[in-house]
Design a protein around this ligand. Structure first.
Ligand code: UTP
Length: 291
């Protein structure tokens, strides 16, 4: 039996260049999926998995993320006076309890590995989760919850993966895996970030959810740049694998990469269709557009 995963890191310091000019003044993590910023869905997923404290690794121009998770006192008071109880309740539900979030800055966007390393003092010496806030994982049972269940049995490091077409593996971190065991998990034998076309060890990509042991921080400290000239988390994990077990969980659900335009638009449609009222309005429109 392994201890509880209490802390999660959400790296939100990237530049979001694929969404320029939208992300010139608005962080890509604050772009809206139906009626909530994408980062809110990911925070909800973390809380549902039992996470008690979230460390946001932010950067310049990201202060609205901090504001979003703070109290909006005047707005709440106005809603109260106007007796907009439902809107007030929805608003309050977005707010984590006082003292359960921390914000630290990655001063330069040197890569995901560097962003995670920036959280080292706030995480300390306990295992923790990392959730990429632009990856939306839609499932009846949240992705991190699925991973926490595997962690309770196996401990070590747990990585969520899913299939990608073989001709797209060069865009992702790809793992090499052992046989699938009774509880649907498997040992990870290796991983490589953005393998050259034709060299990927499988078609299973790391989809943005990790449970890691704190020893990763020492490796990240020494990590040089890797694919794309960035300090890669995958490279440090590949090193940690020489000392500690890594286990994979194939995510049961649908992932939307909201850092890409197609994924972001698909997520908006999928989440809108979940809402009965909205689905009634947009279904005929979508059918008309599709001819
Ligand atoms: P991405 O590579 O998708 O984000 O990183 P990006 O660099 O912002 O996007 P593009 O490619 O320019 O459009 C995945 C996550 O890691 C964070 C990002 O904010 C995003 O949520 N990240 C990335 C950091 O926090 N710091 C970095 O140096 C890089």
């Amino acid at each position: 039996m392994s201890g509880k995963i209490k802390k999660a890191v959400l790296p939100v310091a990237g530049l979001g260049t694929r969404f320029l000019p939208a992300t010139k003044a608005v962080p890509k993590e604050m772009l809206t999926i139906v009626d909530a910023p994408v980062v809110q869905y990911v925070v909800d997923e973390a809380r549902a998995a039992g996470i008690e404290h979230i460390v946001f690794v932010t950067g310049r121009n990201k202060h609205v993320i901090e504001d979003h998770f703070d109290i909006a006192y005047e707005l709440e008071e106005t809603l109260r006076v106007r007796k907009k109880d439902a809107a007030l309740k929805d608003l309050q539900a977005t707010r984590p309890k006082a003292g359960t979030t921390s914000f630290t800055r990655q001063q330069e966007p040197l890569g995901l590995g560097h962003a995670v390393w920036c959280a080292r003092d706030l995480i300390g010496s306990e295992p923790f989760a990392v959730l990429l806030p632009d990856m939306l994982m839609k499932a009846p049972k949240g992705c991190l919850t699925q991973m926490v269940e595997a962690y309770k049995t196996h401990g070590g490091n747990i990585i969520s993966v899913e299939e990608v077409p073989m001709d797209q593996t060069h865009n992702y971190g790809i793992i090499e895996r052992g046989p699938v065991e009774q509880d649907d998990t498997f040992t990870i034998h290796g991983m490589v970030e953005k393998p050259a076309p034709g060299t990927a060890p499988s078609n299973l990509y790391i989809n943005g959810r990790y449970i890691l042991q704190p020893e990763i921080f020492d490796l990240l400290q020494k990590q040089g740049t890797g694919a794309g000239g960035e300090i890669q988390l995958t490279d440090a994990m590949q090193q940690l694998m020489q000392e500690q077990p890594f286990r994979g969980v194939e995510f049961k659900g649908t992932t939307y990469d909201c850092g890409s335009k197609a994924g972001f638009l698909a997520a908006n449609i999928a989440y809108a269709l979940d809402n009965e009222e909205l689905a009634k309005e947009i279904s005929p429109l979508l059918q008309k557009l599709m001819g």
